[in-house]
Structure formats: structure tokens, C-alpha cells
Design a protein. Sequence first.
Lengths: 288, 190
Amino acid sequence: MRAFLTARGYQEVETPILGPHATPDRHLDSVPAAGGFLHTSPEFAMKRMLAAGSGPIFQVVKAFRAGESGRHHAVEFTIAEWYRLGPLEGLLREMDLLLGDLLGTPPAERRTYRELFLAGVGVDPLSAPEERLQTLAEAHGHPGRPDDRTAALDYLFSRLVEPGLGTRAPAIVTRFPAPLAALARLSDDDSRTAERFEVYWAGLELANGYDELQDPEEHRRRFAAENRARERAGKPAAHPDERFLAALEHPGIPRCSGVALGVDRLVMAALGASRLDEVVAFREAPGN
Amino acid sequence: MANTYATNEFRSGLKVLLDSDPCVLLDCEFVKPGKGQAFTRIRYRNLKTGRVLDKTFKSGEKVQAADVLDTEMEFLYSDGGDWHFMDPNTYEQYSAAKAALGGHEKWLLQGMTCGVTLYNDAILLIHPPHFVDLKVVETEPGIRGDTATGGSKNATLETGAVVRVPLFIEVDETLRLDTRSGEYVSRVKN
């Protein structure tokens, strides 16, 4: 992977694992350490490098997510994250080449979230009323009524769409509904979708990437929404990373696209393993 | 009381109350779609009905522990309505209704040690030994030397069970039987 990325002009970087801020992501929980928190991904630090003019960068690093332990999850895991300048298309092509290189996979099949959801669930994820999605999720075994549209969409997609993804060839799911944008920019031609993608192969969700949101105000709005959701769920709100927000304002990050790939899962896919334990020698962390 | 388990404590073999019935977890899986919410999906067996079901929990949810204990007891006798067992350590006696036997009553012989699942200190299920040795009390006369044709006939055992046995089996012989399949395994030399 290093050879692949280096040959394409990416520079390997290192950023701190321990920082002052917890992630504001509503569904992630940072591991507290030494008065601060271990990062859940190197995203914000790498974007500050991009704002400082780094150009294309990558890193392979440990990341930590409290409470995530299972067949495909570990509290401590290895993430490969890289950013290139420009819109998503170049990154998607590179991702396809990388998978072919490392895993010998056939060319990836690209599908929009909407077409997959229509085929698997039978309703339009962009226009179906929230109540209809919530009722469907409950009918398919969601414990209680999902809190909102995003919870219903995530559940239905994972239950009815994901199991069939990436069987013959890697599947790249593009154009996620705007409420699931995370930190992706909205599509230029349709504000109901966002330029976020995920990669599935061999029953595994391997990677998640964005055409990166640049607007600092929109970042603040999305962080605030995450924190409101955290508070509703009884979780502590996370202070926004002001250094990151300041870098977005000045000098700002260039138009760029980035992706995070689960390295342990990549190794699982390469070896045909069905459990992380088969490819990770140590699972000794508390809660792991 | 009211012990609870959170989803991160789930593991196979755990006994919990689901839909107010005692259940045993067979398989649990942590699932977290994309950047979405985390769930724990379980497969479990309802110990009362024997049914295997699936259920999804939000991570962090809690369920009540079921006071279920797996132990061994000696079978004493049946009075026709109930089956009576004794804890060999405390000599305490327990009775089980037919539902707890699950059709296994036909293998039980006085003095036999059985697995017992207790729920709230009452017998929920009886598990006979996987193999039992029982004497034949009735069968058609044996055909000596015919060990090759693979034919079979019915034999009634001392507990009342009727099983298919090879043609050479005689009355008063002791047979080894697999209680899980209900099949003849071999002759046992007296």
C-alpha cells in the first residue's frame, strides 16, 4: 500500500494519536487518555496539513474507538487514510486500482446508495417520509423506533442491502443521502445527496471516503447537529476542535478527496479470514 | 436480585430473560453499519419452547439475567403424572412435569444420573445421558448368525421404549442406545 501511494505522489505523514478533543461524531466514542483522548481517525490533523499546503498525503496509523468489539471491530485497529487534491473521481479510480493490486479483485462495481436502497428496501431513501422509514426499520427488527431518518436509513441499509454487496466484485456505493453526509460536500447537481462513498468487498465494509467539505460554517453546523444527537443519547458533547475550524477558515483546505480504509479488514479480505482475531495477534485491550 | 447484563457482556452460553422466558444465548455479533449506530445481534434458544430466534439490541441495552442452573440429578421414579429426581448432594427432591421431559422419559431408568436445567429452583428441562444401556424385554426371536443382511425389527426395552434393532438381538440382552437419535448403537456384554 505504501509503495502504491508513494508511486502516485503521496507523501507519508505522522500526526498525533493523543489530542485534546474527543470526536463529535454521534456514533463514535473516543477513548480517554492522559487527560485528553486518543484519536478515532487522523482526519482533522491531516486536513490541517492539507490546509497548510501539504499536497497529497497518507498515513497508516492505529486508531481507537471505545466500545467497538466484535467479529469485524476492535477498540484498537489500524487505519490507512489518504487525501488527494481534486474531486472524488480520481480517488475512486485509484481505490479500484489499489484493491486490484492488493487483493486481485476484478474492477469494482459502482452503485448509487439510492439505486441499491430502492432495489433492497423498495422505497426511495431520498424522498420517503421519515415515518415510513422508521416503521420499515421497526418491521425489520430495529429495537424500538429509530430516533430519526439517519438511524432508520442506516439500519435498513445494513439489514437489507449490505449483505448482498461486493460478492462478485468490490462494490463502491456512491452518493449517500445528505443526512448521512458526515463531512462530505453535497452533490453539485442534487442537494439531496452527498459525495460520500463506501467500499464493500468479501462481506466487509473496507473503506469510507468523501469529496471533502470545505465550508467552515457548514462544518460548525454539522458538528452542532452531532452534539445535539449525542446529548439526546445521553453522551457527553465534544468540544469542536478550534484549531481545525481555524484552519478551515484560514487558509482553508483545498478541494480534496480523502478515504479511510480498515487495514485489519483488508488483511482479512486478502486471507479469506472471517474474524479479526484471525489476523490480529493481540486482543488484550480492556473491552476488546 | 435483578442481575442484568449489558450488550458488551453478551457471550454465547449466557442465560437471560427474554420475553419473560429463560433463554440461552447461542451467538452474538457486534454490528455497526458505516458510520451508523452500533447494534448487538443475538441468536438465542428459548429454554421453555426450544425455539431458536434472532433479536437485535442497541449497544448498551441491558437484559435481565435468568436464574438458570445446569446440574445433575438422580432419577427416582415416576408416578405417571410427574417424574421425581433427587439432588445427590443435598438429597433434596424435585418433581418434573411431562413437558420438562421432552419425550425423553422413555429412556429413564431408576438410579440413572441425568442433566437437569433448573429455572428459579424448579426443573425446566431434563437431559438424559447421550448413551444409555437398557435391557430388551420383548422382541421376536433372534436369527442367529444373521449379522450381515442389515435387516431390523422392533424391540421393547425395560423402560418401555421401542427401538429398531438388528435381527440377531435376543430378549434379556443389554443394548446401548443413543438418546439423541433414538437409535441402537451396539450390544453391551453383561
